[in-house]
Write a protein that binds this ligand. Structure first.
Ligand code: ADP
Ligand code: MG
Length: 385
């Protein structure tokens, strides 16, 4: 089986110079759930080594060990995480490097893809005892900022939004749907709350609250909808005055918990649901069309086909360091969904992203106070308060 070629860089690394790279793709297998055990399900997935996943409909673990060759398929990824992998290990392998990049003014995004129940929200948000990538990334960001002497010049803002049924909502301050607009930084949701974060402590509670604001299924009021996509944006801005110049550097990290990738129509066919189904399919279908177009190197990438792909535009085609985590269940009851997830993860490996430049501006400070210098002074004052 051929190993993934990274186009110059080492396997599993993002090129240092931010040169054109590809999406990094990881697979995380979750432990068998209680309900799955009770339903008598067998394990149909095996993490063979650090990179390889083996999927088979017909084998148990012992069959695999006994026969070694069964009807099934091998997939190879940048890393494949077995059931026992901790949240910290997942964070360190998939996202830590992107957080470092953000501090250097490079954009990054991580998205979790997979069927409902496969472990996306666990991976992204996690629990109080086992916080996920969103929380660990912010914690690490603050740690890295503190380790540098210039910490006073860093400002971190968070926003958390949802795309549900082709409607965009602010999860930090729920209200009317937000309108997407294009500005020089790309697609932005107008009026979205930018929460200024000072430490990690407040963040978990904030995100949990935000998650509670995610749209729930009308029939299962306590359950977060499997049809909502949640996007956390972490923006780290750095300003420094060096011999009459103001350096302004901005890095954005987007952490995305996608809606369930299963075919929504197959699970519920009532009228209201089929509309939601059509829309959820529209967003994920648009995502797959974009992935296809990017893999094929097409000139036109159909980002405009859905709200989700508009919002992910700079995460998919770059300039951005992008990571995909495909979540899968070990149960043979989810075989079809797992196969589908691995198929798309395998395809996403081939996406080449554009070179990821550093978002940095240097401006001369003139005799009279420029806006930049005034901002810097305000910032310094704010930090010293
Ligand atoms: P999704 O968001 O993909 O629908 P969840 O993240 O809600 O799925 O996971 C479904 C269930 O499995 C939850 O009860 C969650 O706590 C559990 N779970 C998922 N991944 C893991 C894991 N790696 N370790 C332990 N429990 C997990
Ligand atoms: Mg979820």
């Amino acid at each position: 089986r051929p190993k993934i070629s990274t186009g110059g860089g080492e396997l599993g690394t993002i090129s240092e110079d931010g040169g054109g790279s590809r999406i990094m793709v990881f697979v995380r297998l979750r432990p068998m759930g209680k309900k799955e055990k009770e339903a008598g399900s067998r394990c149909c997935v095996r993490i063979v080594d650090r990179h390889d996943v083996y999927l088979t409909e017909f084998a148990s673990e012992t069959d695999y060990l006994r026969l070694k060759r069964l009807r099934g398929r091998h997939f190879s990824f940048d890393a494949s995480f077995p059931e026992s992998t901790t949240q910290q290990e997942v964070y360190a392998t998939t996202t830590a490097e992107l957080v470092e990049g953000v501090l250097h003014g490079r954009n990054g995004s991580v998205f979790c893809y997979g069927a409902t129940g496969a472990g996306k929200t666990y991976t992204m948000l996690g629990t109080i005892e086992n916080p996920g990538v969103m929380v660990l990334a912010i914690k690490d960001l603050f740690l890295k900022i503190r380790q540098r002497s210039f910490d006073g010049n860093h400002v971190v803002h968070l926003s958390y939004l949802e795309v549900y049924n082709e409607t965009v909502r602010d999860l930090l301050s729920p209200g009317r749907p937000l309108v997407l607009r294009e500005d020089k930084q790309g697609i932005v949701a107008a009026g979205l709350t930018q929460y200024r974060a000072y430490s990690t402590d407040e963040v978990m509670a904030l995100l949990q609250q935000g998650n509670q604001n995610r749209t729930t299924e009308p029939t299962r009021a306590n359950e977060t909808s499997s049809r909502s996509h949640a996007i956390l944006q972490v923006v780290a801005e750095y300003r420094e005055k060096v011999s009459g110049n103001v350096i302004n550097r901005v890095g954005k990290l987007s952490l995305i918990d996608l809606a369930g990738s299963e075919r929504a129509l197959a699970t519920d066919q009532r009228t209201q649901r089929s509309l939601e189904g059509a829309n959820i399919n529209r967003s994920l279908l648009a995502l797959s069309s974009c992935i296809n177009a990017l893999v094929e190197g097409k000139k036109h990438i159909p980002y405009r086909n859905s709200k989700l792909t508009q919002l992910l535009k700079d995460s998919l085609g770059g300039p951005c360091n992008t990571v995909m985590i495909a979540n899968i269940s070990p149960s043979n009851l989810s075989f079809g969904e797992t196969q589908n997830t691995l198929h798309w993860a395998d395809r996403a490996k081939e996406i080449k992203t554009k070179a990821c430049p550093v978002n940095e501006e240097t401006q001369q400070v003139h005799e009279s106070e420029t806006d930049q210098a005034r901002l810097l002074l305000e910032l310094q004052k704010e930090n010293s308060d």
